[in-house]
Design a protein around this ligand. Structure first.
Ligand code: SIN
Length: 280
């Protein structure tokens, strides 16, 4: 197995790995995941069973609620514009804005593992952004403004904005997905590094007037997307990417859905309550 950093200060490519992992490989991969925040495995041929088994080594798996899942593998979410028997076979356009998985839940997801099954010849890339680097580069004024503060993340406010193609939330779903508050400066439980924690579900800031909080969120969110912190992953068939939602944002890019098929499968690792970083 060969690990090669991608040269953006985060991210690493992994060559020569096959599943199932032996224990020594797993220990190396897990450490590399903490050190580099996301790992790209090239030409990793995995069945859904192997995909699930690989990800389970990192923790319990999350089963998505509304999204499409593989019929015999509820842990595997399908993101695809395909139809089978005249019915949609995957969730479409779910990852189009910058986010980290589960940021709108009390316990967001620790990690996600996305496998490229059918890749369009153009478009459909995924962007990743390093939120350790974003925090470290924040101007002093912004660092001071967010120290010790929490943002409000709201599925209820933003569902129709981010998922215009999906049915509106039911009253029961709204009760299940109440607004949550997370620290804007998050301490990673394994690396003890600080990262900027914002995303597309963040709305405003606890303790600040809504307009002021919203303006600050916008400023932070725009800053987090700066090219300096981002990497664009151009998918090849059977690439698999494992990322750490505690210190990264990601977003899918569109593609010509009339001409091409894009079929991705994702497993999602349960996480922990975000830790507020102590003052520096
Ligand atoms: C996601 O947001 O997890 C999916 C990203 C993608 O489809 O590229």
């Amino acid at each position: 197995m060969d690990l090669q950093p991608i040269g953006r200060g985060f991210g690493c490519e992994v060559f020569g790995l096959s599943v199932p992992l032996v224990e020594s490989e797993f220990a190396r991969i897990r450490q590399a995941w903490f050190d580099h925040s996301f790992l790209v495995f090239r030409d990793l041929r995995m069945s859904p069973e192997q995909h699930v088994a690989f990800t389970r080594r990192f923790g319990a798996l999350h089963i998505m609620e509304r999204e499409f899942k593989l019929p015999d593998h509820p842990e595997v979410m399908v993101i695809a514009n395909e139809e089978r028997d005249g019915k949609p076979f995957g969730s479409r356009r779910v990852g189009l804005g910058w986010h980290s998985d589960g940021e709108d839940k009390r316990i967001p997801n620790a990690g996600s593992f996305l496998h490229g099954i059918t890749i369009p010849p153009e478009g459909g890339d995924t962007l990743f952004a390093d939120m350790y680097a974003a925090y470290e580069a924040l101007p002093e004024r912004l660092r001071r403004a967010i120290q010790g503060r929490r943002a409000r993340f709201s599925r209820i406010d933003m569902h129709h904005v981010h998922y215009p193609d999906l049915p509106a939330l039911t009253e029961a779903e709204k009760r299940d997905r109440p607004d949550v508050f997370h620290p804007l400066v998050r301490l990673h439980p394994h690396t003890s590094r600080r990262s900027l924690y914002v995303g597309r579900w963040a709305r405003d800031i606890e303790g600040l007037p809504p307009d002021e909080g919203r303006a600050l969120i916008e400023e932070l969110f725009t800053f987090a997307q700066s090219e300096a912190f981002t990497y664009r992953h151009r998918w090849r068939r059977y690439d698999a990417v494992l990322w750490d939602n505690r210190c990264m944002l990601h977003r899918a890019m569109g593609f010509d859905e009339e001409r091409y098929v894009r079929h991705m499968r994702r497993t999602t690792i349960e996480g922990d309550i975000p830790l507020m970083a102590p003052p520096e």
